[in-house]
Ligand binder design. Structure first.
Ligand code: HEM
Length: 228
């Protein structure tokens, strides 16, 4: 146990924890993005899919139970992704209270790396607003419980909301790009033989997630996703 706490206390341990929880989020966003694409098959398919999420694990689990277990696991993952990030951020500031007069731009300093922290903060607040918008419905103009398709289409019929989602998906894409790239290094997939694949893999994951997610707001704005 002491080994685990000692590892957590070190910067490397915090980075490993962030990388592992980051992989959990990547799996979640890829699955979520894939599920959203079902909206293009129409309201029945999409609502059936939303209902499946609640029925998952039946008959072993009661209605919604497995979904709640996944939600709680994701919340725990958020905690262990955000807390070490803040601790590393504070540690970095403490180690260098006076800012560099000029930053040396090394290869690793991509736009994704430079915006990683603020991108993370933005995503944190996005998820809260997003849940109030499309899951709880308190930020939605006409939320119908159990009609996920209606909520999605009506939600994006407000063009500024649809554009806001697209902009945040851009930030998510940058965060994912740098996250995938750096987590491969943290988790030890950093070897001269693999290094040349790290950047293309990060680009592919980020691009697939970005284009997959924006299909819903773009689909509504283009009149492809409509209410029946
Ligand atoms: C354009 C992008 C997105 C669209 C169109 C979208 C759409 C939706 C919809 C329709 C729901 C409600 C599903 C239901 O009631 O069954 C939902 C739930 C949710 N979304 Fe998204 N989403 C997007 C991006 C994201 C991103 C980037 C994240 C996280 C980083 C995220 C996290 C969640 C979570 C945590 C839930 C709640 C799931 C639950 O506990 O039931 N979404 N989303």
């Amino acid at each position: 146990m002491r080994r685990v706490t000692n590892l957590y206390r070190s910067s490397v341990g915090k980075k490993v924890l962030m990388a592992v929880t980051g992989v959990i989020f990547i799996l979640f966003v890829v699955g979520h993005m894939y599920g959203n694409l079902k909206a293009f098959y129409g309201p029945d398919v999409f609502n059936h899919y939303a209902e499946f999420l609640r029925e998952m694990g039946s008959p072993l689990f009661m209605h919604g139970q497995l979904l709640w277990i996944i939600r709680i696991a994701l919340l725990v993952a958020v905690f262990f992704h955000v807390v070490p990030a803040i601790q590393l951020w504070l540690k970095g500031n403490k180690a260098r209270p006076v800012k560099y007069a000029r930053r040396l731009e090394i290869e690793e300093t991509t736009i994704g790396a430079r915006t990683q922290r603020w991108g993370g903060v933005l995503l944190f607040f996005f998820v809260i607003i997003h849940l109030l918008h499309l899951t709880i419905g308190s930020l939605h103009p006409d939320f119908v419980p159990g009609d996920a398709y209606n909520n999605l289409v009506v939600g994006f019929q407000e063009t500024p909301v649809a554009i806001g989602y697209i902009v945040v998906m851009g930030a998510l894409c940058l965060h994912l790009y740098h996250g995938v790239w750096s987590s491969m290094q943290t988790l030890g997939i950093s070897h001269p033989r693999f290094n040349r694949y790290r950047r293309p893999i990060a680009v592919i994951v980020a691009a697939v997630v970005f284009f997959g997610f924006i299909t819903a707001p773009v689909g509504v704005m283009a009149g492809i996703l409509v209410l029946n």
